[in-house]
Design a protein around this ligand. Structure first.
Ligand SMILES: [Zn+2]
Length: 147
């Protein structure tokens, strides 16, 4: 194996390490979050709808993925959505703070956020080359009683 091969191998190993660390962080955040029903006793359900649009600058294409779920009181107060760009260096979309706000204000919150990652691991130290994935969300909590 030449020098280039060794460098490539090392680089790939670091990427795998970084990806694993990212998974570990998400797993810890999820498993340490409180249950929604423990914090909001009168919560019935939270309807979550997201639409993730990934624009690929190289292929000049875009893909849209829609996803929805209903959170119940026995779910964790944690909401995370993966970036649909499989080469993304970012942390995905952390919707936990939006979920917290929707619950605390007992209201439906809609908005959008952009990915915080780079488009590919090879751009990890580059300026620009940001991942172009955009996520639209709608988080709508339903309570059994009204204030
Ligand atoms: Zn991304």
């Amino acid at each position: 194996m030449g020098i280039t091969g060794q460098i490539l191998k090392l680089r790939n190993m670091n990427v795998e390490k970084l990806k694993q660390a990212r998974l570990d962080r998400q797993w810890r955040a999820q498993t340490t979050a409180p249950f929604i029903g423990d914090v909001y006793k009168d919560l019935k359900t939270v309807r979550v709808d997201v639409e993730v649009t990934f624009k690929n600058a190289v292929l000049r294409s875009s893909s849209v993925k829609e996803w929805g779920c209903d959170l119940t009181p026995s779910d964790r107060l944690y909401l995370h959505c993966e970036c649909t760009n499989k080469d993304c260096t970012g942390e995905g979309f952390d919707l936990t703070s939006v979920l917290q706000k929707a619950l605390a204000t007992r209201s439906c919150i809609e908005g959008e956020m952009f990915c915080n990652g780079k488009e590919d691991w090879k751009y990890i130290r580059s300026v620009g080359c940001s991942c172009m994935t955009c996520l639209k969300y709608k988080i709508d909590p339903q309570f059994t009683s009204t204030l």
